[in-house]
Design a protein. Structure first.
Length: 335
């Protein structure tokens, strides 16, 4: 009988390639670069107005004059795109959010100023009504409080056109109404805005990770105990994300997004594998707040976790990431 003697050495030694920094660098499959970053910023009216967002350390709501130097910094750091989110004066909020259609409203003015000062910096705007509605929902309500789809899509289409006319490069519908990508694409084409890109928040989940963002844009109070479960996706679903992405691509989206980010990396991977289109992930406010809070307590190494989290998005298949860390990451990459 042949007695199997233990091998005198391991058959494989994967540690060989990990032994030195040069081989680790040589075989690394994924990298984060400044080109992967989209930097979300919060704007409000006024001049020289900066308000810290308590639940998002390091993030401030800024008036346009204070945003311009931030935009300049992004250009210097090589960040391709800024994403604008408005904190609207509560006096302008209505049940139908019609301030979203004002061609001289906050967002169109900020877009025009940014494109004038920094023509090569990409500007993206959110298409959704929540910053503009008195109830904090992303659409308009019927008498039962249900968010009605088609009437909302009409308003969103007007909002997207208003942004396009102001010169925005990318509109990003984050509302999760049915049919909005098709309606917006058609309106953009008809009005001659053939270059306006659409980044669709295609797989946007009804997530508790958006809490700090709602502080930042000032919708948490209006929303109260209400949720967005009748339009944003159920966190239990995965195949449904693929159906949503397929619809948005068919309706004319140039890029798609999964949101939130880190807890939904499985969705990012499935979307990228299935569709092979430019796919983005949003490292949302709650993810940012968790890392900040743990780092502030000395429980996590801030920069190491920040960089690892970004790398994880790339590894999962994301082409880019919306992250409040964008400037910190880009600065670190420059060193
Ligand atoms: C609004 C919108 C939200 C976010 C981006 N656009 C919040 C929401 O849907 O309630 C969340 C971003 C974040 O948490 O960082 N439609």
């Amino acid at each position: 009988m042949h007695l199997q003697s233990p091998a005198p050495f391991p058959q494989n030694r994967p540690r060989r390639l990990r032994r030195d920094a040069f081989t680790r660098r040589l075989v690394r499959e994924n990298l984060v670069t400044a080109d992967d970053l989209i930097y979300p910023v919060f704007v409000h009216e006024g001049t020289k107005r900066s308000e810290a967002v308590a639940s998002m350390p390091g993030v401030d709501r800024l008036s346009l004059d204070l945003l311009l130097p931030v935009a300049e910094d992004c250009v210097k750091l090589g960040i391709p795109v800024l994403a604008l989110f408005p904190a609207i004066d509560p006096a302008l909020k209505t049940p139908d959010g019609k301030e979203a259609l004002n061609p001289d409203g906050l967002i169109p003015r900020v877009v025009r100023a940014l494109k004038k000062e920094f023509p090569d910096l990409g500007v993206m705007t959110d298409v959704a009504l929540d910053p503009y509605t008195s109830h904090g929902q992303d659409g308009v309500l019927d008498e039962t409080g249900y968010i009605i789809n088609d009437e909302t899509v009409e308003i969103l289409t007007g909002q997207a056109l208003t942004h396009a006319e102001a010169g925005v490069d990318i509109v990003a519908p984050s509302d999760m109404m049915d049919g909005r990508i098709g309606a917006i694409r058609e309106a953009l084409e008809v009005q001659g805005h053939i270059h306006t890109r659409i980044m669709a928040y295609s797989a946007k989940y009804a997530s508790a990770f958006y809490g700090p963002f709602r502080d930042a844009v000032g919708t948490r109070g209006a929303l109260g105990k209400a949720d967005k479960n009748v339009y944003q996706m159920d966190p239990g679903n995965s195949d449904e994300a693929l159906r949503e992405v397929a619809i948005d691509i068919a309706e004319g989206a140039d890029m798609v997004m999964v949101k939130p980010g880190m807890p939904y990396l499985d969705i990012v991977r499935r979307v990228k594998d299935e569709f092979k289109v430019p796919t983005f992930a949003y490292q949302v406010s709650g993810e940012y707040a968790m890392i900040k809070a743990a780092a502030a307590n000395g429980w996590l190494d801030h920069d190491a976790v920040m960089m690892e989290s970004l790398l994880a998005f790339k590894r999962a298949g994301a082409d880019g990431v919306l992250t409040y860390f964008a400037r910190d990451v880009a600065r670190k990459l420059q060193k």
